[in-house]
Design a protein around this ligand. Structure first.
Ligand code: 3HC
Length: 314
């Protein structure tokens, strides 16, 4: 299907399925985005895992374990969605995709390169990081590629639990001692700007957005989603009695939006280059796990091959 016909097809809100003919640059855009989304889910488990053994109660530990388990499942859906685009030569098979992350060649969300220094950070991650992810993923439920859009439906349902458990952690801390409320404020101070950077560069600096929107993958721009996230989150911070760390934050009656300060884009670019606080540690952890758990994969493959042989003999 030549490109114009394909564009007409997706712009008429039709879904593309794995076996449909599709332009190579559409396929490439999806492999890039879906695989990086999957990497984000998997690497995103690490900062939170740091607090499983330190959770302040059994209830908090159980909720955190359930959330982290959900993220592993999200990664699985998304790797599976990315594999539907594998044409045998484009490196969209599971091993190539995963190895691209392990080698540092492929990106994952910048936010996961920040440390979790206190229990309040686990609350801030649920509230802000999963809150930003929901903003982006609800938009992606409407994307033109069937498997990706359907994966988003279940992921978004689970993300809302993630966001609520995070917000409840902060609400508990804010109703607690002075020191506990200070922990919550300190977590907001550290996670506010990196959460805003999750939405990507400003539209004017985004090399992929135009094509992504033409193909109805990205349905709203980075800046629009960021603005909506700020508009809904500020009042949530107010309810907690926490101060958003942006002295330029101000409600603009005319725009009916919050005006906000300039993002630290130099920091963003450094993190994307691999120079964030935890980039090195995250990849070292993933590579160590890959080496130490290779036997599980080999055993599963050997078992499957044996089953295959047995089924032929029987
Ligand atoms: N972290 C890392 N890289 C980022 C980034 C971020 N926060 N924002 C942008 N980038 C990268 C892009 O990948 C692109 O690089 P590439 O061409 O090498 O892939 C470059 O910066 C330019 O950005 P663009 O805006 O042009 O790129 P996109 O059109 O792909 O938009 C995006 C970026 C909005 C992140 C888009 O890729 C997207 O929607 N991805 C899927 C959703 C996602 O990844 N969400 C965040 C993590 S999921 C999560 O948080 C899990 C939750 O359960 C906690």
């Amino acid at each position: 299907m030549e490109n114009n016909k394909f564009l007409d097809y997706v712009q008429a809100e039709n879904k593309v399925e794995p076996k449909d003919v599709m332009p190579e640059d559409y396929r490439k855009l999806l492999v890039r985005q879906i695989s990086q989304h999957a990497h984000s889910e998997i690497v995103g488990m690490l900062p939170e895992a740091n607090w499983i053994s330190r959770a302040p109660s059994l209830r908090r530990k159980m909720a955190l374990l359930a959330k982290i388990q959900d993220e592993a499942g999200h990664g699985l859906y998304l790797y599976a969605a990315s594999e539907t685009l594998n044409n045998g030569a484009n490196g969209a098979d599971r091993d190539s995709t995963y190895n691209d992350m392990l080698s540092g060649k492929a990106k994952y969300s910048s936010i996961f390169n920040y440390p979790t220094l206190s229990w309040a950070d686990i609350g801030a991650i649920g509230w802000l990081v999963d809150g930003a992810a929901i903003m982006n993923q609800v938009m992606l439920m409407g994307n033109s590629y069937g498997p990706y859009s359907r994966a988003m439906v279940r992921i978004c349902k689970e993300e809302s639990f993630h966001q609520r458990q995070g917000y409840e952690i902060l609400m508990t801390l804010c109703k607690g001692t002075k020191e506990q409320k200070e922990l919550a404020q300190e977590a907001l101070n550290r996670f506010w700007w990196p959460a805003l950077m999750m939405f990507g560069p400003n539209d004017s600096d985004s090399p992929n957005s135009q094509k992504s929107m033409n193909y109805k993958v990205k349905r709203e721009s980075n800046d629009d989603l960021r603005q909506r996230f700020i508009d809904v989150t500020v009042s949530q911070a107010d309810f907690l009695g926490l101060k958003v760390p942006d002295e330029n934050l101000k409600w603009n009656e005319e725009r009916q939006h919050y005006d906000f300060g300039a993002l630290p884009w130099d920091e963003f670019m450094e993190v994307l280059k691999g120079n964030g606080p935890c980039n090195k540690k995250r990849l070292e952890t993933k590579n160590k796990a890959q080496r130490e758990n290779l036997w599980v994969k080999e055993a599963a493959i050997a078992f499957a091959e044996k089953q295959n042989v047995m089924s032929k003999i029987a």
